[in-house]
Design a protein around this ligand. Structure first.
Ligand code: HEM
Ligand code: HEM
Length: 191
């Protein structure tokens, strides 16, 4: 057990956090607000699709890193229900990010968006993408993910300001010392 997550996981946590917030708050909504007949929409859509697929690739890298590196012991809030909620929230966040990427890919393939944006086929965009179920699902998951991320940030604030245990340091760079109990055990063994 260590006191921090692996630096690669820490880097991926913050890069992905930034990329996901940008897609959720800026990229996606401004794209959806544009008229599909507007030629500028193609540029925005190409950018959003590449951005979204990059998030997908980084998520796979992050999951691999998570499984092959040492993690700190599960954080303890002192309340079993809160500890379970935190664990469930983390897995649900992973699942919903994957859901965003898959629904985006399915929408793009149903509406032939790859040929129109990246392939430069010259065909117009469909007048309304909401005729595709994957587009509707993309919007619903976006709202659910936003809600979960707010809960996640609430969890951070609870640790930071109520428990005052500086949980955030586990998701930051620095020396990865063994956890305090391990250190104590080691000292006992040495004596
Ligand atoms: C899009 C934004 C974010 C996503 C997708 C995200 C996702 C996650 C996930 C899945 C974990 C679990 C780590 C694991 O087991 O792999 C985690 C941990 C953590 N996140 Fe985030 N996060 C985001 C933003 C933030 C923000 C803005 C903060 C702080 C204000 C934050 C603070 C933390 C902390 C402190 C941990 C470590 C929790 C622990 O040690 O148990 N995260 N994050
Ligand atoms: C984690 C990754 C992603 C996030 C966070 C994200 C976020 C969003 C959001 C918030 C919207 C607006 C939803 C609404 O207003 O109902 C949106 C729209 C859209 N997304 Fe994504 N997206 C992601 C990945 C993808 C991928 C991989 C693709 C395709 C390859 C894609 C294609 C689209 C398209 C085409 C729209 C616009 C639809 C329209 O004009 O109505 N997205 N996205």
């Amino acid at each position: 057990m260590t006191t921090r997550y692996h630096p690669v996981l820490v880097a991926l946590h913050w890069i992905l956090a930034l990329m996901i917030f940008m897609a959720l708050i800026v990229g996606g909504p401004s794209l959806a607000a544009m008229d599909n007949a507007d030629p500028e929409k193609l540029t925005g859509m190409t950018g959003h699709m590449i951005w979204g697929m990059t998030i997908g690739a980084l998520l796979v890298l992050r999951l691999i890193t998570r499984f092959i590196t040492q993690k700190p012991a599960k954080a303890d809030t002192g309340k079993a229900a809160l500890n379970t909620l935190a664990g469930l929230t983390h897995w649900a966040i992973y699942a919903l990010i994957a859901g965003m990427v898959f629904s985006g890919l399915i929408m793009a393939s149903s509406a032939d968006l790859f040929a129109i944006t990246l392939g430069g086929s010259g065909s117009p965009l469909p007048a309304d993408l909401t005729i595709y179920p994957a587009r509707v699902v993309h919007g619903i998951i976006a709202n659910a993910l936003t809600a979960l991320l707010l809960l996640h940030i609430g969890g951070w604030a609870f640790h930071q300001f109520v428990l005052r245990d500086r949980l955030i340091s586990r998701m930051s760079f620095g020396k990865r010392k063994p956890a305090p109990q391990t250190q104590a055990k080691q000292q006992l063994l040495e004596n």
